[in-house]
Structures are given as structure tokens and as C-alpha cells.
Write a protein that binds this ligand. Structure first.
Ligand code: DX5
Ligand code: ZN
Length: 221
């Protein structure tokens, strides 16, 4: 299977959201990546449950919900989660990670854990049976338009080997942050499966979203 595309909706032009969604549907993207920030886990605010509900009324594309919030277990009930969505929580954001993952599992969504650039892979040792996806942050979370943290490329490769050697090769690898066409190609070679496409690749001022998305796909097949 080729790499999958998850466009970061926080990078969209909100004045033309409907047009954006239709272009992404036409380009057959796999998910819509929805960044939720709380001004505490990360120094920024972005989208929330009301916004998500509005987008749900426009499209059936599954959501890839990236919770950059502290104590995500307290807030899961306020989100409309559907089977087939991905829900990601950060390893760093809760002291009850396993319980939180179980709660996501109960919703029928795919269960995903994100690691900040400074968080080691071995912190996943005891929860590998509870997850479907590991999201490697390739920038520090909080803002679009940042530069890749170079060490994260090697981290993707290391994670791929780690999953294979521990008998968990079914777990998929997602990458988020400065996933440009060139970086995506390297990340694909390193073992990434799902690619968050933002301002570095498909959301560029005065350029055609559909065409950039089709072009991006060529780098991750
Ligand atoms: C944060 C976001 C950003 C961003 C990705 O989790 O998901 O990483 O929107 O887009 P870039 O880095 O290409 O601007
Ligand atoms: Zn994200």
C-alpha cells in the first residue's frame, strides 16, 4: 500500500473551507488531520469540537484527531469520534496513558500515540499491544511552518526496526511537521506510512490545492 495523506486542516484557508474540502475529496486524501491545542501542553490554540462538528457536516473523510492537550482522558467525551477515525494523544501529556488508550479503543477509533522530538521510543515498550499507530513529531508541536528537527529522520528508521523486532510490524508510523515533498520522500524510505500535509507541501498561497496534493502523492508511493 502507498503512503497515506492526512492534510492538516489548520493550514487551510478558512474563508473557503467548503472549496478546500471538495478539492481534498477530489484528490482522494485518506484523512483530515485536525490539530487540537490547549495553550498549556503547547503554547498555542487552534481548533475545537464545534469546528470539527461543522466539518463533519461537510464530508465523510475520516478524521485524524491530534490532541495536543494535557490530560486528554478528561476531554475525550467532548469530541465526536467515529469508528475509522484516528485519535492521537501525546505520551508526554498524561500519567495514565494506558487507561487513556483503552478509552480511545472503546470508541472504535484507531489508537495512536505521539512522541515529541525529545521523547525516546522506548517509552512505548509497555503499551505496544494497545496502539495501532505511532505519530512521530518531526517538529516541536504547536505551530505550522517550522523547520524539521533533523534527528527525527533517524528516529523514524529506528522506530520501524523497533516495531519489527518486537513483533509489532502491524503498527503504522505517522509523521507530522515540515513534511515537504523532499522530506516526505526521505520519511517514506525510513518507514513512514501516514503523512501530515501542511504548509510545507499542499497548502500554499495562490497555488492549486488539488494539484499540489496529487504531486505530493508521487513522493510517498
Ligand atoms: C502540528 C501541525 C503542524 C502543521 C504541519 O501538529 O500538524 O505540524 O500543521 O504543517 P507544516 O509543518 O507543513 O506547516
Ligand atoms: Zn498535528
Amino acid at each position: 500500500m502507498g503512503g497515506r495523506i492526512s492534510p492538516s486542516i489548520m493550514c487551510a484557508d478558512f474563508r473557503n473551507l467548503e472549496t478546500t474540502i471538495r478539492a481534498l475529496e477530489r484528490a482522494r486524501v485518506d484523512y483530515l488531520h485536525v490539530d487540537i491545542m490547549d495553550g498549556s501542553f503547547v503554547p498555542n490554540f487552534t481548533l475545537g469540537p464545534d469546528f470539527m462538528n461543522s466539518v463533519r457536516e461537510m464530508t465523510d473523510i475520516p478524521f485524524d484527531i491530534h490532541l495536543m492537550i494535557n490530560r486528554p482522558e478528561d476531554f475525550l467525551p467532548i469530541f465526536t469520534i467515529r469508528p475509522g477515525d484516528i485519535v492521537t494523544v501525546h505520551q508526554e501529556a498524561t500519567i495514565h496513558l494506558q487507561r487513556t488508550l483503552q478509552r480511545i479503543r472503546d470508541t472504535g477509533a484507531k489508537v495512536s500515540v505521539a512522541l515529541n522530538p525529545a521523547t525516546p521510543i522506548y517509552t512505548l515498550d509497555d503499551i505496544l499491544d494497545d496502539i495501532d499507530i505511532v505519530l512521530i513529531m518531526t517538529v516541536n508541536p504547536g505551530f505550522a511552518g517550522q523547520k524539521l528537527v533533523p534527528a527525527t529522520l533517524g528516529k523514524i528508521q529506528k522506530l520501524k526496526q523497533y516495531l519489527q523486532q518486537s513483533g509489532h510490524s502491524h503498527i503504522e508510523i505517522e509523521v507530522d511537521g515540515n513534511v515537504s515533498c523532499e522530506n516526505a520522500q526521505k520519511m517514506r524510505l525510513a518507514g513512514a506510512d501516514i503523512f501530515v500535509a501542511g504548509t510545507s507541501s499542499i497548502f500554499k498561497k495562490d497555488q492549486d490545492l488539488y494539484e499540489l496534493t496529487e504531486k505530493f502523492r508521487e513522493y510517498i508511493t
